[in-house]
Design a protein around this ligand. Structure first.
Ligand SMILES: C[S@@+](CC[C@H](N)C(=O)[O-])C[C@H]1O[C@@H](n2cnc3c(N)ncnc32)[C@H](O)[C@@H]1O
Length: 278
């Protein structure tokens, strides 16, 4: 059972997270495209967005950071609202939107938290995204459940909702070579504490079962996806495979065939649950 956070700690968490992300804007902007391995998260997410998004409409990109998905969706002629906790990310996103000449498709840019979307009306969006771990930065299960309620509240009836988070087991497998130095490794693996991996801000690592339990209380689950899938522990091999077009084609075929298997979802570095507002 998670303890109730001490008074003020949630605000402190937000301030630390804002500091981390404002100091790493370019790293975040490049995170999803910097290598074939990193593109797995991005391209697999886009694949499933394409599968479930309506043909057109207004989309909320909540915790959208410097706007990688916002730009991509705007290029596909969706109308988008970008929301993020870190104002510096939003300023950076504005420049990227102009550069890509898609700023007119972005209807609003809001500084705010997924835990409180009170600036936004009920039943407003045709689809809602919360991708790449914004929910993993929210301390305490009650707050995370509140964020999911808010994401649901602002979605229209039957709208798809996409939530991706950092996976506990995938990160443990990927981080095994840091076992001597990472002081949180044992805490995370044996006791389930996940506070300050890397000694920085608050990161919560989810098991699939945990996120599924949280989400299915509020929305009907359509599909669950391991975004790096079976490639999560093999960064070097994946980058090598990419250089051989036949090997890459075969790998992608296998990846998409396996990435929705519950075991693969749970072992992924990032995984996504796609739901629909009832
Ligand atoms: C890893 S980035 C993901 C950005 C983008 N969604 C992606 O997938 O590339 C996490 C983002 O979550 C934002 N964030 C963290 N906590 C948040 C909160 N409570 N509400 C909204 N955004 C938050 C951070 O500012 C950061 O931009």
């Amino acid at each position: 059972m998670e303890q109730k956070p001490k008074k003020g700690i949630l605000k402190d968490d937000e301030n630390i997270i804002k500091k981390i992300y404002s100091e790493n804007i370019h790293r975040e902007w490049n995170r999803l495209i910097k290598s074939p391995f990193h593109k797995l998260e991005f391209e697999t997410t886009l694949h499933f967005l394409e599968k479930y998004l309506p043909k057109k409409g207004l989309i909320l990109d909540a915790g959208g950071g410097p706007g990688r998905y916002t730009v991509e969706l705007a290029k596909k002629d969706y109308n988008v609202v970008l929301l993020d906790l870190t104002p510096q990310n939003l300023e950076f996103a504005k420049k990227q939107l102009k550069k890509a000449k898609v700023q007119n498709s972005v209807k609003d840019i809001i500084e705010g938290s997924i835990v409180d979307l009170s600036k936004i009306k009920n039943n407003y969006f045709d689809a809602v995204l919360c991708l790449g771990s914004s929910l993993s930065h929210v301390r305490n299960e009650k707050q995370r459940a509140r964020a999911i309620s808010e994401l649901k509240r602002v979605a229209k009836k039957n709208a798809p909702i996409f939530i991706s988070v950092m996976g506990k087991f995938g990160h443990l497998v990927r981080g095994v070579n840091k076992i001597e130095s990472a002081r949180n490794y044992f805490e995370l693996s044996l006791e389930g504490n996940d506070k300050f991996w890397g000694g920085k801000g608050y990161f919560h690592y989810f098991t699939f079962e945990e996120l599924k339990n949280l989400v299915e209380k509020k929305v009907r689950i359509l599909e669950c996806v391991g975004l790096e899938g079976i490639g999560g522990a093999s960064e070097e091999s994946i980058n090598k495979l990419y250089k051989n077009s036949l090997a890459w084609k075969n790998w992608r075929k296998m990846h998409y065939a396996l990435c929705t298997h519950p075991t693969i979802v749970d072992m992924s570095i990032h995984f996504m649950i796609i739901g629909k507002k009832k």
